[in-house]
Design a protein around this ligand. Sequence first.
Ligand code: NAD
Length: 338
Amino acid sequence: MAKVKIAINGYGTIGKRVADAINMQPDMEVVGVTKTKPDFDAKMAVKKGYKLYAAIPERVKVFEEAGIPVEGTIEDLLQDVDLVVDASPNKVGAQNKPLYEKLGVKAIFQGGEKKDVAEVSFNAIANFEKAIGKQFVRVVSCNTTGLTRLIYTIKKNYPIKKVRATMIRRVVDPKEDKKGLVNGIEPNPIKLPSHHGPDVQSVLPDVNIVTTAFKVPTTLMHVHSVSIELQDPVSEDDVLKALSEEPRIMLINSADGFTSTTRIVEFSRELRLRYDLYENAVWADSIGIVDGELYVTQAINQESIVVPENIDAIRAMLELKDKEESIKETNKNLKIGI
Ligand code: NAD
C-alpha cells in the first residue's frame, strides 16, 4: 500500500522528532519540512535527506543567500500532501490554519494552541476514536498528555472521584539560551488553579481535576505529584498491575537507581535517539493509598512524550488503522513498552 504523505510545518523541538518517528512507520512518510531560517537545524534536516521548504514565503531568498536553497514555500509543499503536522511555536499554528483551510489539507496542531483551533483535543489511549476522519486535531501538551495517560489508565480500571495534581515544570527546553530561571521557584501561574486541569478535561470531560504548577531551574523533565480519590477500595498492587499493563507507562524504581529525573535521562540516553522517552516514567515505589486516596509521582520528558500521539493522530485522521492496531504499530516501531 502507498504510504500517506505528511508535511511538517515547523522543524523544531517537536517537529524534528515527529518527522523522524513518521519515517519509522511503514504506512507514512515525510515529504517535506519547513524552517523559517537557514540555521543548523535547517542544515541538519537537509543532511538527513528531508526536503526543505520556507515556512515564510518571503524568506526563500534568505535560504538561497545562505547556500541552502529550498524546494519552495509551505504553500508549494502543501499542494500534494495528505496531512500537515503543524509544530510551529505557541499560537502560530492558529495563524497557519487559514492556509490549511484554503488548501483543504488536514492538520494536526500542538498543545501550545488553544483547544478551539481543532475539532478534537487528542490523546491516543484516551480518545483515539474522536479523531477518526477529522480535519483538524490538537495533540495536547506534554503535561496534559502525561496527566491524561495516567488518569485514563487508572480510571479505565477503577472509577475515580477526583484528581488533584501539582506539576513541577522544567523551566525551558535544553536548547534555550535566551530565557530560563537560574535560581528560583516560580509559581506558574500565581493565580490558581493552573490551566492543565481544564486541558485534561478537553480530552476527559467527565474528570473532576484541579491542578497547580511551579517552574523550577531544570531543563530535563517535568515531575507530577498526583493524588486521585477513588470510588472504591483499591490496593497498591491493584494500581501497580493497572499501570504495568499500559505500554505508554514505564514503571521505574528507586532501588534501580532512579532517584531523580537526572537518572531517568541518563537511562534514556542509552535507550533512545536524543534520550527521547515517549513513556510516562512512574515511580512504582511512590504509589501509596491513604484513606481511599491514591498518591503517585511521575516524570515526563517534555520534548518527546507527544511524539507517539502525533503518529496515532495521523492514523486516526486518515483512517489508516483502528485504535488498537495503530497504538500497537506505533509502540512497536518506536520500541515503546518492549
Ligand atoms: P520550537 O521553537 O522548538 O520549534 C518551532 C519551529 O517552528 C521552529 O523550527 C521555528 O523556526 C518554526 N516556525 C517559526 N515560525 C513559524 C511559522 N510561522 N510557520 C511554521 N513554522 C514556524 O517549538 P517546539 O518546542 O517544537 O513547540 C512547537 C509546538 O509544540 C508548540 O505548540 C508547543 O507548545 C508544543 N509542545 C512543545 C513541547 C516542548 O516541550 N518543547 C512539548 C509539547 C508540546
